[in-house]
Design a protein around this ligand. Structure first.
Ligand code: GUN
Length: 287
């Protein structure tokens, strides 16, 4: 078997074209979705993510405001900035790029963001809403993964989903979203015994551990759908996922590449959430 590739890049492109039309329609009613991004410090990876988010906003008709501050900012000063953005009428989404320096509490930062502007979907209120199936901002990477699976009309109901990794940003919420889609979900993590027993029984395998070649063809059931969330730099400086692509391709029915897979969808769902936030604020339905 040679897997069909699910191109996040292609799906992101078509979704962004739709969003561009949506922002143009909103503009006719005087609504311009606005995203505020706060970047603390000079971490190169964070800088490049933030730049990509801003560029995507610009291309989609979303206003983006960037506040780049040095690591000498105090926690209190940062929280004040967030409180001011909570009050700003033209801002519908607030994103504080993580990780933050050690002297600033991520928990306090996330909990200071107004849940109605939490387009990352990290606030405990949004996580609780997501878990109970209420209207919520869904975290962007898990949301993007579900969209990729649905884009191929893959049936999720009753399927065995195995999530490898249990981070708050990806592993835990993606399992929850797929549970909401009526999958049977198993989580594997660093203390799981006999992990291969689980991965080999997965109809849909989601790998988010941050280790190159963590999963190979031998760990995959014939015909499984394999979603690779990893973003690793190998010794040659090349971007790679958590899944050994060449061997996985021989076993899986569908497979996501790295780069060009989950990554472009994460930013796309951030745009989606920002537009949605602007629509909800003006009592318009989602899209
Ligand atoms: N750092 C890595 N991924 C993310 C993300 O999705 N949102 C924020 N705010 N920071 C991140």
């Amino acid at each position: 078997m040679s897997a069909e590739i699910i191109s996040g890049k292609e799906l992101a492109k078509s979704k962004r074209e739709e969003m561009k039309k949506e922002t143009a329609r909103l503009k006719e009613s005087g609504i311009v979705p606005g995203l505020a991004v706060i970047l603390v410090g000079e971490d190169p990876a964070s800088q490049s993510y933030v730049k990509a988010k801003q560029k995507a906003c610009e291309e989609t008709g979303i206003l983006s405001e960037m506040d780049h501050v040095t690591t000498s900012i105090s926690e209190e000063e940062l929280l004040t900035k967030i409180e001011n953005l909570n009050k700003a009428d033209h801002i519908h989404g607030i994103l504080v790029q993580l990780p933050l320096p050690d002297h600033i509490s991520e928990k306090k930062v996330i909990e200071t963001i107004d849940p109605e502007k939490d387009v990352d979907g990290f606030h405990p209120i949004n996580i609780g809403r997501m878990m109970t199936g209420q209207q919520a901002f869904l975290p962007c990477t898990p949301f993007g993964i579900v969209e990729m699976i649905k884009s191929k009309n893959i049936d999720i109901q009753g399927k065995h989903v195995v999530v490898v990794g249990r981070s708050n940003i990806v592993g835990k919420p993606v399992g929850q979203l797929l549970l909401n889609e009526h999958a049977t979900v198993t989580y594997c993590h660093s203390r799981t015994k006999n992990m291969q027993e689980y991965t080999r029984s997965a109809d849909i395998l989601i790998v988010a551990v941050g280790r190159e070649h963590f999963i190979a063809g031998d760990d995959i059931k014939e015909g499984a759908v394999v979603i690779d969330v990893g973003v690793n730099r190998n010794k040659e400086g090349k971007l790679t996922g958590d899944v050994d692509f060449a061997s996985a391709e021989q076993k899986a029915s569908y497979l996501t590449p790295v780069p060009g897979g989950v990554g472009p969808m994460t930013i796309t769902m951030l745009l989606h959430n920002t537009i949605l936030s602007a629509k909800w604020k003006h009592n318009l339905n989602g899209f």
